[in-house]
Design a protein around this ligand. Sequence first.
Ligand SMILES: NC(=O)c1ccc[n+]([C@@H]2O[C@H](COP(=O)([O-])OP(=O)(O)OC[C@H]3O[C@@H](n4cnc5c(N)ncnc54)[C@H](O)[C@@H]3O)[C@@H](O)[C@H]2O)c1
Length: 324
Amino acid sequence: MMFLIPTPTLTVGKKERKKCIDLIFFVLITHRLKGKVAIITGGTTGLFARHGANVIIVDVHDKKGRALCNDIASGIGYSDSSSLSYAHCNVTDDTSANNVVDLVVSKYGKLDIMFNNVGISGDLDKTVLGTTNENFKEVFDVNVYGAFLGAKHAVRVMIPRKSRVILFTTSLASVVCGETSHAYTMSKHAIMGLMKNLCVKMGQYGIRVNAISACAVSTPILTHSLGINKATLDEVITESAVLKGVTPDAMDVAHTALYLASDEAKLVHGLNLMVDGGYTVTNPTFSLAFKRSTGGHHNGCCSRLCSKKMNRTVIESGLPSLKS
Ligand SMILES: NC(=O)c1ccc[n+]([C@@H]2O[C@H](COP(=O)([O-])OP(=O)(O)OC[C@H]3O[C@@H](n4cnc5c(N)ncnc54)[C@H](O)[C@@H]3O)[C@@H](O)[C@H]2O)c1
């Protein structure tokens, strides 16, 4: 495999330097997966687009998929275009999923990494009554059945060869509830069940199975569903973050996926790796309600006034599930 690597020098501008660094990183990543064959579903936008090894990007958006392959191949120096290809596949279609796996095996002789990344948010309505049956079924079809089919067909070709990797993209919604729709939250929980079941069943074949749970990242899935632009969404994400000074982006998740896919993670199996800057470690609802109620003036002094306000706050904040 050949790469065109522009040399980073101090004379180039910031942008160019970043490009070079990205490129070098890309090359390093590629080396970390050297000789591996990977299928990435839903890789046409946002997350995990820039990968290494022999990568087959699978999506339903043919135009975007092909454009992405071309961009990666020409734009960042990926000179061996046979190492990167696009295949149309609707992950909810058994035949389609079957064919894409067979195609990859016939082209490369094996499949090392199956990255089930496709996911849709569906309607944003978080209420049970507002959840339409059609939307529920569609989200489950793509997020759960699609992930199951991807894993099933991968396992079919992986078992005879042993030592392979299956990855799933889940979400904070796999552990935090109430922030996304019932369908989305349930679908990401369901993927966890699939991932853990596979972990136990596939261990004997040396197939590692893991999941990645990303915090909000301003990719089209989120900007479209929320109806806001990337800059505004990035602001909201940064404001709500525990770890300050960084804005999550698709590459954070891609790097995690590359680690899990590589031999460096040879003992990592059955893990839901949170890529969330500590978001799920805390629950700030009490503090926020407290701050709101006391106008932010309480500093732990427990004056009479504060105690009164605190009592009201405790009642008002309550447990979310106990609110009417
Ligand atoms: N963006 C976020 O904030 C965020 C956070 C946590 C988890 N995730 C998860 O990350 C994954 C990728 O999300 P993203 O942000 O890149 O979304 P995205 O919408 O940018 O990309 C998803 C891709 O999946 C493709 N797709 C949809 N249905 C398909 C189908 N039936 N068959 C094949 N391809 C299909 C779409 O064409 C699209 O290219 C999803 O599983 C999502 O739930 C995203």
